[in-house]
Design a protein. Sequence first.
Length: 585
Amino acid sequence: MNSTLEQLKAKVEQALIAAFGNTMAGTDPMLVSASNPKFGDYQSNAAMSLTKQLGQSPRAIAQAIVQHLDITDICEPAVIAGPGFINFTVKPHYLESQLNSIQTEPCLGVLSAKHVQRVIVDFSSPNIAKEMHVGHLRSTIIGDCIARILEFRGHDVLRLNHVGDWGTQFGMLIAYLREVCPEALTLSNAIDLGDLVTFYRQAKQRFDTDEVFQETARQEVVKLQAGAKDTRHAWQLLCEQSRREFEVIYELLDIHLTERGESFYNPLLADVVKDLDESGLLVENAGAKCVFLEGFTNKEGEPLPLIVQKSDGGYNYATTDLAALRYRIEQDGAQRIIYVTDAGQANHFAQVFQVAQRAGWIPDTIKVVHVPFGLVLGEDGKKLKTRSGETVRLRDLLDEAIARFRTYLETRIAEENRNETEEFIAEVAQVAGISAVKYADLSQNRTSNYVFSYDKMLADKGNTAPYLLYAYARIQSISRKGNIDFANLGADAKILLQEETELVLAKHLLQLSEVLQKVEQDLLPNHLCLYLYDLSQKFNQFYEQCPVLKAEEAVRTSRLVLCDLTARTLKLGLSLLGIPVLERM
Ligand code: ARG
């Protein structure tokens, strides 16, 4: 089934052709949701934009379009307003038949993408021997959501974890551990990530002050790159230790992705430099090999170089990303590549993309995008830190959200005189706590910074996960109260829309497909959050106005179907945000 928007677009285009001839084929009908519900549900702004091309006044064009519109199945007669807007109001009967048809579909009428693409989502990507920080948490949550939506639309998605598992820091760390904790390099369980982070810090300090140690560290890097057995083994152990910790977070958040770290591209780095040289882009500058960038200058206004090989022969973050980009296009067959990192890396990606473009490595048909996000701030408006000023451990942050929701839940249960098992309480607290953290992140426009507030994200009112989870559970309680099996309302259960709140809810239910298509384009999950929040509010208004269980047949069944469709839409929408529902909470 095509969304209402798509159908109306096609109708307006047909009308344009009928009114002004075949040259109008492919004209954008400029159809959008109405800016104000007073004017209807959708509007076309095409008449205004065609005045020059057609040499007529916008109102005359609008009239000609309306005369040729064939929309009786979908809308009331279109109305021209203002300078030449064409307003559309969908008919209740049309809404009823659309709802009846999506009711039997598990995907609720959401269209699959017309052109299925091979998409790579590069997200999460923490660094070995370092703690995963809130920036990685944002990348993980946003990246997972984007991947879920693209998968749901039918795309072939490869979720890649580009972990920082390579580089000179490993030489330093291994050299240091050989001295102070050699067992960490031979036994797989000797230290945990916390120790590793501390050792890393100490190693760095030593490196910065001790020249002899610097040399030892450098030799370890050489050995690592040459594939020396013991150094390799030590490096692998370090990676495994970090990986085990990352897994705990991924498990808690229900995140699945394929690890393909920086080290994977190591064998391809020399060719990146060689090929840049052959394409004439490479310049030697103070011993380093680099490409001078267009549009990036230093303070003196001179072009900035992107270094791809340092004077000591080492490669860097950018070289690896260039190799990865090529590999993803050539070997993985990616048609769209999405990088989810903090906005601070915007220049890095713009530079890497520019060099790859100029080297001719990105065919025109392939879209490469950086999806930036803002900082997570503490309630003091500064970068999120613990009270003692350290970076917040993600594990602690998630546990805190769970614990706080648990306290709230226990109070609520006591107030309502309910008797609940420990198992129930633990499960609800876990789901609601984690979901609250995810939702707080996703519901913001990702490009802005946001303040991390447990109180706000855990509130049972407002645009929060608990609010939506309660909305879902409340609908399920209707079915329990009325002893109704939503799954068996019968295929012939008919929707009848009479009350205003029913119409409003119905229209909203039919917009999921449009919203998902939008997120697929602009990669802003907050649209989906807002849609779900609006849906719960519209449902609540309907539920306040319209009796359900006490209504007469056939209105009763129709309203039960509306309840069921709302619940299923919430469940589906939340699942695309990586949030599971609770039948009861
Ligand atoms: N490891 C990097 C960091 O922690 C993120 C990597 C993002 N992906 C990429 N292809 N560069 O900042």
